[in-house]
Write a protein that binds this ligand. Structure first.
Ligand code: IPM
Ligand code: MN
Length: 334
């Protein structure tokens, strides 16, 4: 039927409600997407968190998935489901743009940052042990292979979107070996991309400068190890009004998963109060990734128009609209 099949992981808490908004807006916009919903309730197999086979098969078949927030069952020895998904599909690069929303007032105007986070290792490698009672070690694993992979991705991305400055963010003055390796690989990969301007910056300095004035970052792609990207991407989200407004893309060689960064908000789940914007913007990154740029632009413009009008926005943004009312306003702006 000429449609692209996409795996949909609706997620927990507010996940189903915000997924419904995406589905409604996509069909109103005639986006050629067929959703294949899968359940990712985790199983512990040999003490390892695993997601159901059907979900894995679906993502491998479709290459692309959209994912709502997932809560990880507590106290059963589970590794975070979000991390399990990134690992299962080897989603090595996490792309996190933050762009100011017209009409939504924050202390910062004209924020337009793009951060690319290594997504498979670093402090997230999950290697921890007790040395002796009262002394533990958590291993920060940095490999040349994963560093090179995400760095090449960042430079290629910079070229593709014509944002021709890449800055590696690191702390190699202190983490001489791990960040030192990341930085050396960055310096070398940069040579393969002579059209892209390249420099490096210490993470603490980036933090200081970006909250003082984010605009010098508007022409750059920041690339960094996993945990730095986790923290700095929340900081960037804060500049534009929080995680309710920021999309994210987990990119792998074989497949990619687009997800909102926020949590499942169990306190407001089922009440129709959630803001679907972050998941919507993630779904727009998905459309762009699939080459469906016309549909991406059309839906994105309708979202920005609705937010700029400010009359039908959700409570987190200071409005009174229910989730479905906001979605209806977006649809009327298509
Ligand atoms: C994120 C989240 C995750 C992370 C959590 C939910 C495991 O904070 O996507 O940034 O730490 O990577
Ligand atoms: Mn995070």
């Amino acid at each position: 039927d000429g449609k692209y099949c996409v795996t949909l992981i609706e997620g927990d808490g507010i996940g189903p409600e915000i997924s419904q908004s995406v589905k409604d807006i996509f069909s109103a916009a005639n986006a050629p997407i067929k959703w294949e919903s899968v359940d990712v309730t985790p199983q512990l197999i040999d003490g390892k968190t695993s997601i159901p086979d059907a979900a894995i098969k679906s993502v491998h078949k479709n290459y692309v998935a959209l994912k709502g927030p997932l809560a990880t069952p507590i106290g059963k020895g589970h590794v975070s489901l979000n991390l399990t998904l990134r690992r299962t599909f080897n989603l090595f690069a996490n792309v996190r743009p933050c762009k100011s929303i017209q009409g939504y007032k924050t202390p910062y105007d004209n924020v337009d940052t793009v951060l690319i986070r290594e997504n498979t290792e670093g402090e997230y490698s999950g290697i921890e042990h007790v040395v002796v009672d009262g002394v533990v070690q958590s291993i920060k694993l940095i490999t040349r292979e994963a560093s090179e992979r995400v760095l090449r991705y960042a430079f290629q991305y910079a070229q593709d979107v014509n944002r021709l400055k890449v800055r590696a963010v690191h702390k190699a003055t202190i983490m001489k070996m791990s960040d030192g390796l990341f930085l050396r690989v960055a310096n070398r990969v940069a040579k393969d991309f002579p059209q892209v301007e390249y420099d490096a910056e210490l993470l603490d300095n980036t933090c200081l400068k970006i909250v003082t004035d984010p605009t010098p970052y508007n022409d750059k792609v920041l690339v960094m190890p996993n945990l730095y990207g986790d923290i700095l991407s929340d900081m960037c989200a804060g500049l534009i009004g929080g995680l309710g407004l920021t999309p994210s893309a987990n990119i792998g060689d074989e497949c990619s998963i687009f997800e909102a960064v926020h949590g499942s908000a169990p306190d407001i789940a089922g009440k129709g109060l959630a803001n679907p914007t972050a998941l919507l913007l993630s779904s727009i990154m998905m459309l762009q990734h699939m080459g469906l740029t016309e549909h991406a632009d059309k839906i994105q413009n309708a979202i920005f128009k609705t937010l700029a009008q400010g009359t039908t926005i959700t409570g987190d943004l200071g409005g009174k609209a229910k989730t479905h009312e906001y979605a209806a306003a977006v649809i009327s702006n298509l």
